[in-house]
Design a binder for this molecule. Structure first.
Ligand SMILES: *Cc1c(COP(=O)(O)O)cnc(C)c1O
Length: 436
């Protein structure tokens, strides 16, 4: 536990390069590239009808991922419920599609709550710190459809007051703090205070306490979730019978990393940054990308259900809820751009900027840039840059294809998560959002 940062990072280097054999292109990545290239004529045909750049939302991919996620957990647990975390992609049509796919919606603000209601969601959980009174009021006015996942003792008092004023019963859960350190502390109450919180809820006849929520993010495996479920088990062990009985659901949040793992640029992320600071950046690896592996969803289901059966069901036979965002919607949106200018032997400028995705994602995250006009299963070093007046406007440091010329159509696949939601009105217009 007392490893210093340097040791931890070096351990990570080891893991990373053992996992993918230090190859510039892993087999998994090649398979993903090939899968998308195989559809190039389909995409190019479709794109003729539209002006680039654009986002393409493929409802069938979302439907399949939503079903896969559900099946993984509902096949190992008796009573489950699924909510799509809207913040991950807040286009209303994604939420509408997820409602059709049999999901509830997890919202984190009044605006998101209004969107969820407008697309016909009947089962909504409202979580997040610092909910305003106007936001709590919207929840109360829609109490039949919304459960509030209360973030603090103060929020409970504010909710009680409004519920009483409107003489409306509201169903609630309470969010638990998973990590008492640093900034994660801003979420929820400490699990040790559950009984105290429950006792506050029963003082109001308008508050119906029903369960618990927690969320851990960036889960490459199920360790964090399993560890916290054990913690909840021990808290319930010591809880009063009334409190235990009141817990009819445990919502274990989202944060499941897609199975393809996290793809990062070597030079600008932990491993390379550390080497750079120690003045030992390996020039061979300078332009490389690497993969931090993630476990498949069936593995999460297996491990998490084992812990739930052992540590939770012995205290309460509750429903288990899930709030996936990234895992279900990552693959369902593709971005297409076209090359405006190849201005140097290694610089191409495309017609969309990072305002499309809202942040300098591709300086750190690697995603393949596929030249659909000249497909080839080889990756070439090349700076693929956007047309905004900022040097942070990077799509990638390489492309897959035979060559690259002005007018070529490039695809950046798997951009469904944390891109559209973060789009910004900055210099260039936001691309159209096309749904198929
Ligand atoms: C962000 C968030 C999620 C979704 O996280 P993903 O990493 O997109 O799966 C779920 N629940 C809560 C409370 C969140 O804050």
């Amino acid at each position: 536990m007392n490893k210093n940062r340097r040791e931890i990072l070096f351990e990570k280097i080891d893991n990373v390069f053992r996992e993918d054999n230090s190859e510039f292109q892993s087999e998994d990545l090649k398979n993903i590239v090939k899968k998308h290239f195989d559809k190039s004529s389909h995409y190019l045909g479709l794109l003729k009808k539209y002006q680039l750049p654009l986002y393409l939302f493929e409802t069938e991919i979302l439907r399949k991922k939503a079903a896969d996620f559900k099946n993984a957990f509902s096949s190992v647990l008796p009573n489950t419920c699924f909510y799509f975390a809207m913040k991950c992609n807040n286009h209303p049509e994604l939420s509408r599609a997820m409602v059709k796919n049999g999901y509830g919606i997890d919202v984190s603000s009044g605006v998101e709550l209004e969107t969820a209601l407008s697309v016909g969601a009947e089962d909504i959980v409202f979580s997040g710190p610092g909910k305003r009174e106007s936001e709590l009021l919207t929840a109360i006015l829609n109490a039949g459809k919304v459960r509030v996942l209360v973030d603090s003792f103060g929020e409970l008092e504010r909710l009680k007051k409004i519920a009483k004023a409107y003489k409306t019963e509201i169903r609630i859960g309470v969010r638990l703090t998973t990590n008492p350190n640093a900034l994660w502390r801003k979420f929820g109450i400490f699990p040790e205070r559950l009984e105290e919180f429950y006792n506050e809820t029963v003082k109001s006849k308008y508050i119906k306490f029903e369960g618990l929520q927690f969320h851990t993010s960036w889960n490459m495996n199920s360790d964090a979730q399993c560890e916290f479920l054990k913690k909840i088990g021990s808290v319930l062990e010591n809880a009063s019978d009334a409190c235990k009985k009141a817990v009819s659901f445990i919502d274990i949040g989202g944060g499941y990393w897609p199975e393809q793992g996290e793809w990062l640029h070597y030079e600008t992320t932990n491993v390379g940054m550390l080497e750079k600071s120690l003045d030992c950046l390996d020039p061979e690896k300078k332009n490389m990308h690497y993969i931090i592996p993630a476990k498949p969803i069936d593995f999460f289901a297996e491990e998490i259900s084992k812990v739930i059966k052992e540590h939770i069901f012995s205290k309460t036979e509750c429903r288990i809820c899930f709030e996936p965002g990234r895992w279900v919607c990552n693959d369902s949106v593709q971005i297409f751009v076209s090359v405006v200018d190849v201005k140097e032997p290694d610089i191409a400028i495309v017609d969309a900027g990072i305002n499309t995705i809202g942040w300098d994602r591709f300086e750190y995250d690697y995603f393949p840039v596929l030249n659909l006009t000249r497909p080839a299963m080889s990756e070439k070093r090349f700076n693929i840059l956007g047309s905004l007046c900022t040097p942070h406007d990077v799509w990638g440091y390489s492309y897959w294809g035979e060559d690259i010329k002005a007018g070529d159509v490039l695809m950046i696949p798997m951009q469904g998560a944390y891109t559209y939601s973060l789009r910004q009105n900055f210099i260039k217009p936001i691309p159209d959002f096309v749904i198929v």
